[in-house]
Design a protein around this ligand. Structure first.
Ligand code: HMG
Length: 422
């Protein structure tokens, strides 16, 4: 399969579709959907959210030859930003040559909480809740029997007393195995069912019952080990500087925000393509970046000098789903999932976290090497040429000329396009 994808980005759209067809990676129905450039239809869209007046499209791309846990994936990307797909392909290729990404799914459970206040004796309330744990878990499970029937359900209860500005809260955390679902509805139904029991156990008042997006029971680790020489001719120099860049992103919050933005260039693209809730994933991972009390870069890169290898690691909460939400509704999501061979929730999470690490590697390698602008502007030139009105027949020539301009901007692009049109 590896060879057939070689030079994929140099092909035109029809040739790319031919590759997709030849690999037999998609069902006939999904392939035809892609080939006919079909989209979410109006009536389905209208049933998904409120006040619909149309549908909104974004480019749908793939990163081929992406190796995770010994398996080769064609990863679907939905992004509007030039150079993101190229960057992930670039890093994916380097890591594939180095043995691919290795991942570990540390757990896959969701957490939600009920916050209670106006409690006279918080210590007694905590004791009472913990003594009633089995009964509370039973109540939660009875509120959502279908997840229990599938083998999941409420799993554990933890309690904390938190104080803020003179108010004490007793917070009851419910841990639930939501299996293949992201689990917001499951958690929220269970938590709301617990409110009355918790109020009577604590003699307090429930403030709210809701899932938490700080998904620390859905952590996934991805790692890669890249021999210096696979980073190019200055491999060792680049590896040492990538290690420094990783330290810098731990030290400086201004850098950490951008470092993590680069990671989410890839993560959001796949989360959106796979029909998952990218706000939930952003919330989970951005809060995880501050888990040690200070917002930091989410990845770690360091050199194993003895073996001349650069090691990359990232651990993120990644509670993505393979069912529920728009996954079974949006037909383009079904095609995207088809490209990945319809992964279960844990496999999808492993791929997405690996994509985050790859995206970070590409950005850091560029930043500590020639600088980000060289590669970015190379691709940005194409967007400018399109905006300026370049046609399929002359776009390559216009891009080439635009890249040699002193000022690579829309005005320069328009001048070149005008020249070609005359
Ligand atoms: P290059 O070395 O000039 O590329 O990199 P190349 O022509 O030698 O090709 C190497 C491989 O890259 C190719 O292998 C492809 O896999 C891929 P091949 O197939 O030729 O054997 N590749 C492409 N894939 C699809 N379409 C393309 C394409 N070109 C190369 N057109 C490249 C050029 C842009 C890839 C490189 O400079 C790079 O990775 N740069 C990083 C760009 C980046 O991170 N962009 C994200 C947006 S910037 C941002 O928002 C985040 C940031 O602020 C985060 C941070 O600060 O940490 C940077």
């Amino acid at each position: 399969m590896e060879k057939i994808w070689s030079g994929f980005y140099k092909k035109n759209i029809n040739e790319r579709l031919e590759v997709v067809e030849k690999t037999d990676i998609l069902s006939e129905e999904h392939f035809q959907f892609l080939k006919n450039n079909e989209v979410l239809d109006f009536s389905t869209a209208n049933n998904m959210v409120e006040n619909v007046i149309g549908t909104f499209s974004l480019p749908f791309s793939v990163v081929p030859n992406f190796i995770v846990d010994g398996k080769q994936y064609v990863v679907p990307f939905v992004t509007e930003e030039p150079s993101v797909v190229a960057a992930c392909s670039n890093a994916g290729k380097i890591v594939a040559k180095s043995g691919g990404f290795k991942t570990e799914v540390l757990d896959r459970k969701m957490i939600g909480h009920v916050a209670l206040y106006n409690i006279a004796d918080t210590d007694a309330a905590v004791r009472c809740i913990l003594q009633s744990k089995e009964l509370l878990l039973k109540t939660a499970n009875e509120a959502y029997p279908s997840i229990v029937a599938r083998g999941g359900g409420a799993y554990d209860i933890e309690v904390k007393v938190l104080s803020e500005d003179g108010t004490d809260f007793v917070v009851v955390y419910l841990v639930v195995d939501t299996l293949e679902a992201m689990g917001a509805n499951i958690l929220n139904t269970m938590l709301e069912a617990l409110k009355v029991s918790l109020e009577s156990l604590t003699e307090g008042v429930a403030l709210m019952a809701i899932l938490s997006n700080y998904a620390t029971r859905s952590l996934v680790t991805a790692k890669c080990a890249i021999p210096f020489e696979n980073l190019g001719k200055d491999g060792e120099y680049l590896a040492k500087r990538i290690e420094l860049a990783s330290k810098f992103a731990k030290a400086d919050v201004y850098r950490a925000a951008t470092h993590n933005k680069g990671i989410f260039n890839g993560i959001d693209s796949v989360v959106i393509a796979s029909g998952n809730d990218w706000r939930a994933i952003e919330a989970a991972c951005q809060s995880y970046a501050a888990k040690d009390g200070k917002y930091q870069g989410l990845s770690k890169w360091y050199c194993d000098k003895k073996n001349s290898v650069l090691i990359g690691e990232i651990t993120l909460p990644m509670p993505v789903a393979s069912v529920g939400g728009s996954i079974g509704i949006n037909p383009t999501v079904k095609v995207a999932r088809g490209l990945l061979n319809n992964p279960d929730a844990k496999t999808l999470a492993s791929i997405i976290v690996s994509v985050g690490l790859a995206q970070n590697l590409a950005a850091l390698k560029a930043l500590v090497g020639d600088g980000i602008q060289k590669g970015h502007m190379k691709l940005h030139a194409k967007s400018l040429a399109i905006l300026a009105g370049a046609s399929n027949d002359n776009i390559e020539l216009i891009v080439e000329e635009l890249r040699n301009e002193k000022h690579m901007n829309l005005a320069s692009a328009k001048k070149i396009v005008e020249k070609y049109n005359n």
